[in-house]
Design a protein around this ligand. Sequence first.
Ligand code: 542
Ligand code: MG
Length: 214
Amino acid sequence: TQSTRPQRILGAVQQNATRGDPRSVVRAIDQYCRSQEWAMNVGDEKGCILDSVVSEVNPSTVLELGTYCGYSTVRIASLLPPHAKLITLEFNPKFAVIARQVIAWAGLEDKIQLVEGSSGDLIPKLKEQFGVKAFDLVFLDHWKDRYLPDTKLIEECGLLRKGGVLLADNVICPGAPEYLEFVRSSPRYESQYFKSHLEYTKVEDGLEKSVFLG
Ligand SMILES: CNc1ncnc2c1ncn2[C@@H]1O[C@H](/C=C/CNC(=O)c2cc(-c3ccc(F)cc3)cc(O)c2O)[C@@H](O)[C@H]1O
Ligand SMILES: [Mg+2]
């Protein structure tokens, strides 16, 4: 029977990456998606910007919206300090199954909690169910029209600490215009655009980093 793209990405990891070596998992996915078939990972070019923001924030708690195959999940978690935790939300069980195996191959199960479900349902439960006080960093990479409503929900639930950072992928391509307008015009955020390219292509895209001022 025909395999799916996420299954083929997992295969590339199992064939080309070293168990327990997160950066080799990241490299294996990038090499596969650049040479065999495109996939919507944040990718190597924007991934370097992601790395620099993660290193700068040095977060204890991270929230990722939209796991997909776990590429950015592994990339972020590989940079976290020893007791830091990353919670990633994914509502497609087929993607979650693949992401769990990619995370396991990287040996990052202890740092990453993949929660299956929709961000809209799960965000209000994160405090009580997962003992989260507030996030230092949120990486938005799920449905683009959900960036703004979920940001408002995260604020309402008091899940973003003062100085906490929102980092959004794809603010140019496919684009998140309402989100961009909101974070750039709101006095409660200090936003900065990092120009880059759509993963594995020459098309313009970029990341928007927004610091929550409280
Ligand atoms: C709405 N609440 C949600 N809660 C939990 N998980 C959610 C979710 N929405 C979506 N998801 C999951 O996130 C992932 C969705 C990501 C959506 N991303 C994109 O559409 C995207 C699309 C492109 C893209 C760019 C150009 C192009 F021609 C074609 C595609 C590039 C990207 O980097 C992207 O991130 C899936 O795994 C989905 O199941
Ligand atoms: Mg993306």
